[in-house]
Design a protein around this ligand. Structure first.
Ligand SMILES: C[S@@+](CC[C@H](N)C(=O)[O-])C[C@H]1O[C@@H](n2cnc3c(N)ncnc32)[C@H](O)[C@@H]1O
Length: 225
């Protein structure tokens, strides 16, 4: 990747994660970025953007033989995580994504069974409790993206014994006001309340454009709560 395209990727990504736009403007920005054909060039999987590969590998380590598990890809975007999972043999995949345009691009790839246009925010998404074996979130924790309250939804839709897997840029834990001194303490609080158990917290290099990432894996309702 040359300097110009890396700058382009960085600039577009910074706009998507800007603190100065509303939720509606952010979704609209993603839709337009995607429509322009630049999104997948900017976030080239295995190039500038490696989070989806880390997410796919994490899930295949957790479920090496059970390819039939139901997985919800939250904030699926154009389906990068789904592509990784499908390449590893998982086929029971659903996508949740607020941008209709991105969801349509994911749909065109014929990876997911169900395509849910919804957003993780203050209210419950239109999914029953305990529907999935696993939820995965990649690249959607950040400024103005999924709020801390989204953790409750990730847990609610997963069956007891299932898994929540979160891949995010590491520095956002400290630079995003919604998460600073809140996100990891909330993760710990949910563990203390018996809602889930932390199984992994792994730092990795080059999540996006040379920026480090962190992978969180939690086992849901492990204490029978
Ligand atoms: C950087 S993209 C990552 C897409 C995909 N997960 C990937 O790794 O390729 C971030 C995605 O998060 C979605 N998003 C932003 N805020 C969200 C929210 N509150 N709930 C669900 N999705 C959200 C955006 O529409 C966008 O598709």
């Amino acid at each position: 990747m040359n300097k110009f395209s890396l700058k382009n990727a960085y600039d577009h990504n910074s706009q998507a994660f800007s603190a100065d736009i509303t939720v509606a403007e952010r979704i609209d920005f993603y839709s337009k970025w995607c429509q322009s054909g630049e999104y997948e060039k900017d976030l080239s999987k295995g190039g500038t953007y490696n989070g989806p590969i880390i997410a796919g590998e994490a899930i295949s380590r957790l479920y090496p033989d059970d390819k039939n598990i139901r997985i919800l890809d939250i904030a699926a975007g154009t389906g990068y995580v789904g592509e990784e999972l499908r390449n590893k043999g998982y086929f029971n995949l659903d996508a949740l994504e607020p941008s209709k345009v991105m969801l349509q691009q994911a749909k065109d790839k014929k990876i997911y069974k169900n395509h849910i246009c919804d957003i993780l925010g203050g209210t419950a998404v239109h999914i029953n409790d305990d529907e999935y074996d696993c939820t995965v979130v990649c690249g959607a924790m950040g400024e103005g993206h999924i709020p801390c309250s989204g953790l409750n939804e990730m847990i609610r839709v997963v069956k007891p014994g299932g898994v929540v897997c979160i891949v995010m840029r590491e520095e956002y834990l400290f630079t995003v006001s919604e998460y600073k001194d809140r996100l990891e303490p909330l993760m710990k609080q949910l563990e203390d309340e018996g809602k889930w158990e932390s199984k992994d917290r792994i730092n990795f290099p080059n999540h996006f454009a040379g920026k480090s990432g962190v992978l969180f894996v939690f086992r849901v309702k492990c204490d029978g709560v």
